[in-house]
Design a protein around this ligand. Structure first.
Ligand code: SF4
Length: 581
């Protein structure tokens, strides 16, 4: 991973390819690298769909090696949804394959001079860019099927569906999983719209003939990886719950805590929660059987294995096992308690190339506006169908919850910096409210997952209903996440084990040092995390954001959430201290 591939999509005579050394960007990976390139090279005031924005795709620092869990890929740009800097990451095979091909990042620049759609093929022989008109208007599933027919069953794909082609602000970038299905999405912030604006339908990655990336100190690396895997396996969440039930194991837990946003964040408990819980989902999947119905990894090298496969009543494949956030977004948040419907919506989102959180948020706002009743499953399917077709209504919904709220005159729109809140109500999990408000990414639970200490008693305990201790919690988690998961290529779920088990944290540091030949300490990594956050906030300030954008919508301070009847109590003055370290 010593080179950066730059493709100027707007060059005279068609896309121009340039490969250059990583240079000043050495030492960065994943989110660190996407944010470093965007903050240095993208004019903060540019239009996100214009020629000056860049789409940066970067594997994590450990991706492409044998380090367990290291297969996350970061996609960064100026976001069409938030107007600020964006990094969204995804699992699947793409990160490992791109890293093995030797690229620290792909940077798509400029705008095509006409409406030609392109395919980019990257293999051991180099890079080839060809016309992909035959893929125009296709969903991600059909796109990948055509690529498989042409390039075989071992390549990995990074693609967009119709939503990306239509440059919708809720459009995602899809990555193929181990079964070569486009089920793993860099979902947030409209990164798919930026890929669409660059005229790129699909990037095909073929690492045939390439080797695993080798550590600088193989013996130390092997030893550290062994301790790393053992640590992940011994923690109750990463070793038992997630492998058994997938991420949807959280539904009952968060619902019990009164923090499960229901009917567009109107209440904190959903009567139908048990119908869509991870336990029910696992039972259903076991009963229906089929290959992959038990959990497995979304990429090779995952040892937590929280992923699964969802089949319909007739045993036909529908989608991957819907994640907790998706089950909530299309379920409780819209008052729907039918796993088959939720799976169908998940499949539609994956195919059109849409962020499931943003779509669930937009549909819930549309329901609040009276376009449909909460709980009306068919109406939800119809609304997502509109998005895929690109009708005027579909384009409003596909622009996200904030635009939908504006279009229909709704005050109760749960967004920060224009991005939909995920599946934890900030009034009952006040630490996650601090993260939603203050992360440079817009409302994003993965930027600083305070649910750990607020609800799960992981990494300590902080009362979720009170403001005390939330600033420090969200600050520390945001710093740690920026470097330890989002930059290394590690899946977020490792956080449970490294927060609770000092020896597992040490194993991760050893893994990084053995791989890179450095002698970094935990403190050095904290400084790197701060550097990444500083770059991102600096970009946002230059793009016109102020501290006043680090706030939740006003109604979270006024409207009490049942059953605990609490409001968001963290003061604005305290929110302004999160990044003041
Ligand atoms: S734990 Fe789940 S999301 Fe994370 S890498 Fe494994 S399968 Fe993918």
């Amino acid at each position: 991973m010593d080179k950066i591939l730059r493709i100027n999509m707007g060059a005279d005579g068609g896309p121009a390819i340039k490969t250059q050394p990583v240079g000043d960007y050495a030492g960065f990976g994943g989110r660190g690298l996407t944010s470093a390139i965007v903050s240095k090279e993208v004019p903060p005031l540019c239009h996100p769909l214009g020629e000056d924005n860049k789409l940066v795709i970067a594997p994590g620092m450990l991706s492409g090696s044998t380090a367990a869990m290291s297969g996350r890929i970061s996609v960064g740009c100026k976001s069409p949804l938030t107007g600020g800097i964006k990094e969204a990451n995804a699992g699947g095979q793409a990160s490992q394959v791109l890293a093995r091909l030797g690229y620290a990042a792909i940077v798509l620049e400029g705008l095509p001079q006409n409406d030609t759609l392109y395919k980019i093929l990257i293999n051991k022989d180099g890079v080839e860019i060809t016309d992909a008109s035959n893929l125009k208007g296709l969903g991600n599933y059909d796109t990948v099927d055509k690529i498989k027919a042409e390039h075989g069953k071992k390549v990995a794909c990074i693609s967009i569906g119709q939503a990306g082609e239509m440059k919708m602000a809720a459009a995602s970038v899809a990555c193929t999983d181990m079964e070569q299905r486009p089920t793993r999405h860099a979902g947030r912030g409209g990164v798919g719209a930026v890929m669409g604006s660059k005229g790129v339908k699909v990037i095909v990655l073929d690492d045939a003939g390439m080797k695993m990336r080798q550590p600088k100190d193989p013996d130390k690396f092997k030893e550290a990886n062994k301790a790393w895997v053992a640590g992940l396996k011994k923690h109750a969440l990463t070793g038992e719950s997630l492998p058994k039930y997938g991420t949807n194991v959280l539904t009952n837990v968060i619902n019990e805590a009164g923090a499960y946003p229901t009917n567009n964040f109107l209440k904190g408990q959903f009567e139908g929660a048990s119908n869509i819980s991870g336990e029910t989902q696992a039972e259903l999947e076991d009963a229906r059987g089929g290959k992959g119905s038990s959990t497995h990894g979304c990429h090779r090298g995952c040892v937590i294995r929280c992923s699964g496969t969802f089949y319909d009543k007739n045993g036909q494949y529908v989608t991957k096992q819907p994640e907790y956030e998706t089950v909530w977004a299309h379920g409780a948040n819209c008052g729907i308690d039918d796993l088959d419907v939720i799976a169908q919506l998940d499949r539609m989102d994956d195919d059109f190339g849409l962020d499931t959180i943003e779509m669930g948020g937009a549909i819930a706002v549309a329901m609040e506006a009276g376009l449909a009743e909460f709980g009306d499953a068919q109406a939800a399917i119809n609304l997502v169908t509109e998005v895929g077709k690109g009708t005027p209504l579909g384009r409003i919904l596909g622009s996200g919850a904030a635009v939908t709220g504006k279009a229909y005159g709704i005050e109760r729109v749960p967004v920060v910096k224009g991005q939909s809140m995920p599946a934890y109500d900030p009034r009952t999990v006040q630490g996650i409210g601090v993260t939603y408000a203050t992360t440079p990414m817009g409302a994003d639970h993965t930027s600083g997952y305070s649910v750990t200490a607020n609800i799960l008693d992981v990494g300590g305990t902080v009362d979720p209903l009170k403001p005390e201790g939330q600033i420090e919690l969200a600050r520390n988690l945001q710093i740690a996440t920026a470097i330890l998961t989002d930059s290394t290529g590690m899946c977020l779920f490792i956080a449970f084990a490294i927060l609770d088990q000092a020896d597992t944290f040490d194993a991760l540091v050893d893994l990084l040092n053995a791989f890179s030949g450095q002698s970094l300490t935990g403190d050095d990594l904290v400084e790197q995390g701060k550097t990444i956050l500083k770059m991102e906030r600096d970009f946002n300030f230059r793009a016109g954001f102020t501290e006043k954008d680090d706030r939740l919508p006003e109604y979270f301070k006024k409207e009490k959430l049942p059953p605990h009847n609490v409001t968001f109590e963290v003061t604005d003055e305290d929110l302004d201290q999160v990044h003041n370290w």
